[in-house]
Design a protein around this ligand. Structure first.
Ligand SMILES: Nc1ncnc2c1ncn2[C@@H]1O[C@H](COP(=O)(O)OP(=O)(O)OP(=O)(O)O)[C@@H](O)[C@H]1O
Ligand SMILES: [Mg+2]
Length: 482
């Protein structure tokens, strides 16, 4: 018989964790009763790593209170973080009858998803369903209520989150999405007057923008051996710099591997994901986005304060952010030294301003053309309007040309044949833009980039316009025939 690679099973214990202070037994950890509750009341058998987490994170002090006030859990995508939080919530509501729990995520929609999962779980249990009041379903006011007065509300993660509330349990899913401290500060304050509060934050690894996660993770690791710490970290992840093919690292970062996650799914992700996506989402490793920027030499082409000479050959392009919240006009202007000056010459909310502003700019700069993506892009809706009302040619850019535009931008930055005045949103886009494959080439990916990259796209397309579109010969006045 052909030999098969042994089946890979996720690692039960995390790679990095705050060790317990004593042997964990049903007397020293409430995790055991939680596991039984999940199984007997919710009909949910926790996965081995979820049981391990329950036992360790719910360690008790001598006085019966939780040892940890804050629990930070890092696990790769799709391993069962949200499910764990939902079961934990119902256990604290029904077994401990806590008066108030809050669920928050960076977007209300995400928090409501976790909440809805918990409601569904409760409705699926005859015991809990019998003690549930009708959930409040109004948008932004969702609430799960019990007959005995325990409640769970959904909160937006902003600086007003939880204001005027006092909470015993806070569940923050996807902490990596918190780009400011506002929500963390507002929500954790709500536990200050409670006797035995816990804040749980679950997430997969963050990037440079995940400032709350990065800071808390550092704190957790610094205090990891401190017996007095009330801050716990449990991290399932691949070791730093491990090989992408390292199957042991796959198992360390994906404790549900071989149970609810198939090894083939990870192997497939490895072939399709860009390296930084695979590292953050599958290996649960923080990736320094600057190091994997598709334009690593961007800082070298920044020339703060530089301006474009009016009257030189110019290309324009328009792009719109993925969520349509903002539009950008990019310019590429040929310099006397042969290089090209790139700049975002206009940007504002919405798209209504684009046509009138372009008309003004075209009058002053006389670009060879205004480019924009022809179809399948947020800006394509502007195509008809621009073609009808602009006095300069409009270049509708197709997929292959977009790949050429992005490739030319990469080459131009790498070779130093462009310069840029340095504009914060464009610098940030150049640092953080994601890319996606398009046939044998790649293009910048608006949707998967962690910041708005439409300004950068507009510049790349403007560069393409300038290098591709031939200027129309100037119209000369018709000769009068006598
Ligand atoms: N104990 C369990 N037993 C069986 N299936 C489970 C268990 N825990 C989670 N799952 C299943 O695993 C899948 C992923 O779970 P969940 O959405 O909780 O993961 P996640 O880590 O929050 O994912 P994401 O990173 O995408 O938010 C779901 O289909 C869920 O039902
Ligand atoms: Mg989740």
């Amino acid at each position: 018989m052909p030999s098969r690679a042994p089946e890979l099973l996720g690692t039960e214990a995390p790679r990095l964790f705050t060790p317990p202070q004593r042997d964990l037994t049903p007397q020293t950890s409430a995790g055991f009763t939680f596991i039984d509750f999940a199984e007997d009341v919710l009909g949910l058998t926790l996965l081995p790593w979820q049981k391990w987490l329950a036992v360790h994170a719910l360690e008790l002090r001598d006085d019966g209170r939780f040892r940890f006030r804050t629990v930070l859990v890092l696990v790769a995508r799709q391993n069962g973080k949200s499910t764990f939080l939902q079961a934990l919530l119902l256990w604290r509501m029904w077994a401990d009858r806590i008066p108030m729990a809050l669920i928050a995520a960076q977007s209300l929609e995400k928090a409501e998803e976790v909440w809805a999962g918990a409601v569904e779980m409760a409705q699926g249990s005859p015991e809990l369903a019998a003690e549930m009041l009708e959930p409040i379903l109004a948008a932004g006011k969702k609430e799960l209520r019990t007959t005995f007065g325990s409640r769970c509300k959904v909160q937006t993660a902003n600086r007003k989150g939880g204001r005027s509330l006092s909470a015993d349990l806070i569940l923050l899913d996807e902490l990596r999405e918190h780009h400011t401290w506002d929500a963390w500060a507002a929500l954790t304050k709500t536990t200050m007057a409670r006797k035995n509060p816990q804040t749980w934050a679950t997430t997969n690894a963050g990037d440079d923008l995940s400032i709350v996660l990065n800071d808390l993770r550092e704190t957790g690791l610094r205090q990891i051996e401190d017996p007095a710490t009330d801050f716990a970290i449990f991290e399932w992840s691949g070791a730093d710099d491990c090989d992408l093919d390292d199957r042991q690292a796959w198992a360390q970062a994906n404790p549900s591997l071989g149970r609810t996650i198939a090894e083939e799914s990870i192997a497939a992700a490895k072939t399709t994901d860009p390296e930084w996506v695979f590292r953050t989402e599958v290996l649960c490793q923080r990736v320094n986005l600057a190091a994997v920027s598709p334009l690593p030499r961007w800082p070298h082409v920044r020339e703060p304060g530089s301006t474009a000479p009016v009257g030189a050959p110019t290309g324009f392009a328009v792009d719109v952010s993925w969520d349509r919240s903002r539009a950008w006009i990019g310019a590429a202007v040929r310099l006397p030294d042969g290089r090209t000056h790139l700049e975002a010459v206009a940007s504002d909310e919405g798209t209504e301003w684009v046509l009138p502003r372009l008309r003004e700019l075209c009058e002053r700069w006389s670009p060879v053309a205004v480019g924009l993506q022809a179809s399948g892009a947020p800006a394509s809706t502007l195509l008809g309007e621009l073609e009808e009302f602009l006095d300069v040619p409009v270049a509708a850019i197709g997929g292959a040309d977009l790949a050429r535009a992005c490739g030319s931008m990469f080459d131009a930055v790498a070779n130093g044949t462009v310069r840029h005045p340095g504009q914060e949103p464009i610098d940030s886009a150049a640092r953080h833009a994601s890319i996606r494959p398009l046939s044998d080439a790649w293009v910048f990916d608006r949707k998967r980039s962690p910041v708005d990259i439409a300004g950068l796209m507009a510049e790349a397309m403007a560069l393409w316009v300038l290098s591709t579109i031939k200027p129309k010969p100037k119209r000369t006045a018709p000769r009068r025939i006598r």
